[in-house]
Ligand binder design. Structure first.
Ligand code: SF4
Length: 268
């Protein structure tokens, strides 16, 4: 399969491929816009998107040096104010090291670019890092689900490759941990160490995944048989997998763990 010029792999498009090959084909190769909204009601979805974007912007401004008091005064909703206070109580800025918000890295893998954009990268020492990712879903987080996401493999792998292939690679193997944190559930976080064994497994897995995609013919990009994957997909009507989207109502149970990610900001 010929990929578009300047195509980069990311956790976002690789997750689409793993979830549904046909979605990958439509979205990332044919770049087909399709009008179906991904969840309903639309106004609620838009409000959640806006809230999540405001939170990410706040954190970014905080780490480029805007005074916390100025940022606090800019907040206009109680929910965002609660998230902001929960974030401040983490006291990440008191940890030793250097921080970079919305940090993008790109590495070469199997003849392609593999990119990642970290909500926050904390470099604790010359070879020691923490990747933070804010998940602003208002649904209770599923740790098991997050661990299975491509993001949990792509982000630390990109950092590992970037560090070890740098002009001045560290003398020791990198120490990388990844933290998912949930401002709506500040007492919950998923923190895991990324080991050399993880690195080897992910390098092998992602190399083969990219090989597989390159060797696919168009007719091989089949629709998923797991129709739950379709509930939040923009191509539902095209695939005859329903007109109505999965519902996102305050406090409702989500019937697909993927709904969190359609409302997330990790589109790289
Ligand atoms: S509607 Fe379902 S089958 Fe069609 S692209 Fe989306 S996830 Fe795949």
């Amino acid at each position: 399969m010929k990929l578009p010029d300047h195509f980069s792999f990311s956790q976002y498009n690789l997750q689409d491929y793993v979830d549904c090959k046909f979605r990958f084909l439509l979205k990332h190769i044919h770049q087909l816009a399709w009008p179906a909204i991904e969840s309903e009601p639309l106004l609620l979805q838009e409000a959640r998107m806006e809230l999540g974007q405001q939170f990410h912007r706040l954190i970014q401004q905080y780490f480029i040096g805007v005074e916390p008091g100025v940022l606090s005064n800019s907040i206009q909703t109680s929910e965002l104010a609660d998230w902001w206070q929960a974030f401040l109580s983490l006291k990440i800025n008191e940890q030793p090291g250097t921080t970079q918000a919305e940090k993008m890295l790109s590495v070469s893998l199997n003849g392609h670019r593999l990119v990642a954009k970290f909500d926050l990268l904390l470099q604790r020492s010359s070879s020691s890092y923490t990747i933070y990712d804010w998940k602003t879903s208002t649904q209770a987080p599923s740790i098991r689900h997050l661990q299975g996401r491509l993001q949990s493999r792509v982000y630390p792998l990109v950092l590992w490759l970037s560090v070890t292939n740098s002009v001045t690679p560290p003398q020791n193997l990198p120490e990388i941990e990844m933290v998912y944190w949930f401002p709506a559930f500040p007492e919950v976080s998923l923190r895991f160490e990324y080991t050399h064994s993880n690195y080897e497994q992910d390098l092998d897995y992602l190399t083969h995944l990219i090989d597989e995609i390159q060797e696919m013919k168009e007719e091989d990009f089949t629709r998923t048989t797991d129709v739950k994957r379709c509930a939040y997909c923009q191509y539902r009507s095209l695939c005859d997998r329903g007109i109505s989207a999965g519902a996102l109502t305050p406090g409702s149970e989500v019937d697909s763990p993927d709904s969190d990610f359609y409302l997330d900001f990790d589109s790289l």
